[in-house]
Design a protein around this ligand. Structure first.
Ligand SMILES: NC(=O)c1ccc[n+]([C@@H]2O[C@H](COP(=O)([O-])OP(=O)(O)OC[C@H]3O[C@@H](n4cnc5c(N)ncnc54)[C@H](OP(=O)(O)O)[C@@H]3O)[C@@H](O)[C@H]2O)c1
Length: 374
């Protein structure tokens, strides 16, 4: 079999990033090569869910016509071993493993879903001998919290593995997974791609997902922040990230085993820049922010009740404390390896923040929060 007609397995195509990767590969006419591992009651159910998500992420009817129910590999992360005897695995040349429990909320099965399932999948694919690239979608925040505030974090394979160095169990699980994939499946042709924070889409704004975007809105509505306004946040749009992943999947020669997919210090925006872009789009003045430490966040309760009455105040406070913890770090993620691999840099958030705002102007913050607290 030629490398260019082997199959490309994607996990997580019903999600934000995995869906965008599938759309990008459909757009580049690799639709017939896709094999999508999706959970569901039946293949028909999984196929319908995938198509709905790909349409939401911009796939056209023509794109979707290239995808058949026979390209669904029905499996959950809980039962990856169920696909062991599937003959289609023998044709997989590239795997893009996006599926994960990606929420910051604690989840009792996080280790099984984010770590064990990845190792089982990698072993199954590697055993079939045709696999030439296993792309693991990690996260830049697997670097933990030990870097100095406002650092540009470099691409390092050394990640902190103790829970105390992580703000949430999710990033800890992603760090552990990277290590275990390399130790437990040593012959795996592993490429680790670590996106920074994914917000919106450069053409669709937040219509496909308001994940994390609502955090900017909430701080702005409350006139408060735990990060200083000059601090930067490293954000990338989902379609750029998907195009970068597709490029790594499709190139016949590939020599890099670890990349941040990130804006880096140069293209990351400050909270002040983002606020002024949102203000301009909304026809309002730039925000006047109180900078609060996390332990003072409960002082915001009256403002939450008054300005965001749709939100559950306790839930919103908990969420702001979590996300505030990340934003206060002020980390940006070096994309030197990405540039060395000739992957073009992402557009800065301010270039499409207005589109994000306009695309979901009618939606309440509480509704948008559901993307991150499923
Ligand atoms: N979003 C970001 O800002 C960001 C940043 C850095 C890295 N990442 C990484 O990017 C990847 C995708 O994240 P995302 O934001 O696209 O997440 P997402 O929208 O929540 O999508 C998660 C995907 O994983 C699947 N999944 C979850 N639990 C599963 C299970 N038990 N069995 C089978 N499939 C399951 C979901 O399928 P269902 O539809 O069936 O639930 C969905 O397709 C993750 O590995 C994440 O760590 C994301």
């Amino acid at each position: 079999m030629q490398q260019h007609d082997d199959m490309i397995l994607i996990t997580g195509a019903t999600g934000f990033l995995g869906g965008a990767v599938a759309v990008e590969l459909l757009r580049q006419r690799h639709g017939a090569r896709l094999l999508l591992m999706v959970r569901g009651d039946s293949t028909a159910d999984a196929y319908t869910r995938v198509c709905t998500q790909l349409r939401r992420l911009g796939a056209s009817d023509v794109d979707l016509a290239r995808l058949k129910p026979s390209q669904i590999l029905l499996a959950s992360l809980e039962r990856v071993d169920a696909i062991a005897g599937d003959p289609r695995l023998m044709k997989v040349g590239v795997a893009i493993h996006c599926a994960a429990q990606a929420s910051f909320a604690s989840h009792p099965s996080l280790g099984a879903l984010n770590i064990d399932a990845s190792v089982i999948l990698a072993r199954l694919l590697q055993r079939h001998g045709r696999l030439r690239r296993f792309i693991y979608i990690g996260t830049a925040m697997a670097c933990g919290t030990r870097h100095a505030q406002d650092s540009e974090v470099t691409e390092s394979a050394e990640l902190p593995l103790d829970e105390q160095s992580h703000l949430v169990p999710y990033t800890h699980s992603k760090a552990l997974c990277e290590l275990l994939l390399s130790k437990m499946v040593p012959a795996l042709p592993l490429v680790v791609l670590r996106p920074s924070i994914i917000v919106g889409h450069t053409r669709l704004g937040c219509a496909p997902s308001s994940s994390i975007y609502w955090v900017f809105r909430a701080w702005r509505a409350l006139g408060a922040s735990v990060a200083q306004l000059h601090q930067k946040i490293d954000v990338v749009p989902v379609d750029w990230c998907a195009a970068a992943i597709a490029a790594v999947a499709l190139r016949s020669e590939w020599r890099h085993d670890l990349l941040h997919l990130s804006a880096g210090a140069a293209s990351s925006c400050s909270f002040a820049d983002i606020d002024s872009e949102l203000a301009w789009t909304e026809g309002e003045a730039v925000g006047n922010y109180d900078i609060l430490s996390e332990d003072r966040l409960p002082e915001l309760l009256p403002r939450i009740r008054q300005r965001l009455p749709d939100c559950n105040p306790r839930l919103l406070l908990r969420a702001l404390r979590l996300y505030g913890g990340f934003s206060k770090l002020g980390y940006t993620f070096s994309n030197a390896a990405m540039q060395a691999a000739d992957i073009p840099p992402p557009p800065p958030l301010v270039r499409y923040a207005g589109l994000c705002a306009a695309s979901v102007a009618h939606e309440t913050v509480s509704r948008q929060m559901r993307w991150d607290f499923k």
